[in-house]
Write a protein that binds this ligand. Structure first.
Ligand code: ASP
Ligand code: MG
Length: 402
């Protein structure tokens, strides 16, 4: 069997943990399996690198940031190879250049395009454990790129797909995917399984366990993922196409404080205004989430939408510069808001989920500012300081507790 295993920063955060991971991998290696291990940078190293860079230049070039980031993952794989060697197992570390993990050239947010499997297969044939740096790629000119924060998950799934691995295991510091973040919802329960679509919604909505692009890639390539703890033997959560029938319509609740609302007030009520506004934002690569347009009155309407909080200034600036000021009255910004979502594939054939969520929030006396839905998700916008209460209310309403 060929197994790809990925370990996150906390799982390799110090010497003991490095040896712990080394032992776990060697155990499977000794059973005769081929083992490819993807590692993240140790502990908070990536954050520290950012701080170091900013201390030197508050606005560092994206290319040089990626060059800098790569040392984090590189340190992990080299130390891991040494640990495995110390334990008597043959291992070799490879970075994105040595493997040849080809990506697009968007520094800081590149996508993997193609992975050369020759070198890895050659090392596996020599019965080596192959350690690969997560999070990195190389562009067409061999510049290093990175895949976006948390991108090592994506490296693991991309490798599993390219190598046609039999299993892809993502090890982290929690026991799997939960019905909600246990730090915010104490009643949260670990899920045995979850579908790609549900996981994709949850990952995008702020459930930190998996990088959303990794789930997208897994779905596209049919790579089954197991998310489990590196610190114990608990079975974890399986992410796959279909799950055995579950009683619950909803599988999880997510909360995300990283949202802000921008309202463009008094927009001319004529064809094409929404197109012009969102076209401007799209051209500047500003991702918009929930959009709400009011009913027009006196030839005017209001258009509100949410963006990630760190993009607010850029978005407002961009509208002021590019959207004809004669076409609207004013712009209003609200940062202290959060998105709370319930997700579940069961929504496809069970009506009444939105109603139940609204009832739970009404009972908790929480005001809903905006609403958005997809086939398997209902999201509401609430005040930031009510987010945790809203999550707990929704979690309870859908009987997700243990
Ligand atoms: N080290 C990178 C980060 O902290 C990538 C990862 O951990 O997945 O974002
Ligand atoms: Mg992560």
């Amino acid at each position: 069997m060929l197994i790809v295993k990925k370990f996150g920063g906390t799982s390799v955060g110090n010497k003991e943990r490095i040896f712990n991971v080394a032992r776990r991998c060697i155990e499977d290696y000794k059973k005769g399996h081929d083992i490819v291990v993807v590692l993240s940078a140790m502990g908070k190293m990536t954050d520290e690198l950012i701080a170091e860079a900013r201390a030197i230049n508050p606005n560092p070039s994206k290319r040089e940031m990626d060059m800098l980031y790569t040392i984090g993952e590189q340190k992990s794989v080299a130390l891991m190879a040494m640990a495995m060697d110390a334990l008597g197992a043959p291992a070799v570390s490879l970075n994105a250049f040595q493997v040849a993990m080809h990506s697009t050239n968007k520094y800081g947010n590149a996508r993997l395009k193609r992975i050369d499997t020759e070198r890895i297969n050659h090392e596996l044939d020599q019965r080596k454990i192959v350690l690969v740096t997560g999070f990195q790629g190389i562009d067409q000119y061999n510049n290093y790129t990175t895949l976006g924060r948390g991108g090592s998950d994506t490296t693991a799934v991309a490798l599993a797909a390219a190598l046609r691995a039999d299993a892809c295991e993502i090890y982290t510091d929690v026991e799997g995917v939960y019905t909600a973040d246990p730090r915010k919802v104490p009643d949260a329960r670990k899920l045995e399984e979850i579908t790609y679509n549900e996981m994709l919604e949850l990952a995008t909505l702020g459930a930190g366990v998996l990088h959303n692009r990794c789930v997208e890639l897994a779905k596209k390539n049919g790579v089954q993922i197991v998310v489990r703890s590196s610190l114990n033997e608990a079975p974890g959560t399986v992410v796959k196409s279909f799950t055995a029938t579950r009683d619950q319509v909803v599988c999880g609740v997510a909360g995300d404080k990283d949202a802000a609302r921008i309202a463009v007030m008094g927009v001319k009520n004529e064809p094409g205004t929404a197109f012009k506004l969102f076209n401007i934002l799209a051209r500047h690569n500003i991702n918009v989430d929930i959009i709400l347009q009011s009913i027009g009155h006196d030839g005017k309407k209001d258009i509100s939408f949410t963006v990630r909080e760190d993009l607010v200034e850029e978005a407002v600036e961009c509208i002021r510069k590019n959207f004809n000021s004669k076409k609207y009255d004013s712009i209003d910004v609200e940062k202290k808001i959060a998105m709370v979502s319930v997700v579940g594939a069961g929504m496809l054939d069970h009506p009444g989920v939105a109603r139940k969520m609204f009832a739970a929030l009404a009972q908790a006396n929480i005001n809903i500012r905006m609403i958005s839905t997809s086939e398997i998700r209902v999201t509401v916008l609430v005040a930031e300081d009510e987010m945790v209460e809203a999550m707990n209310a929704a979690h309870k309403a859908f009987a997700l507790e243990q």
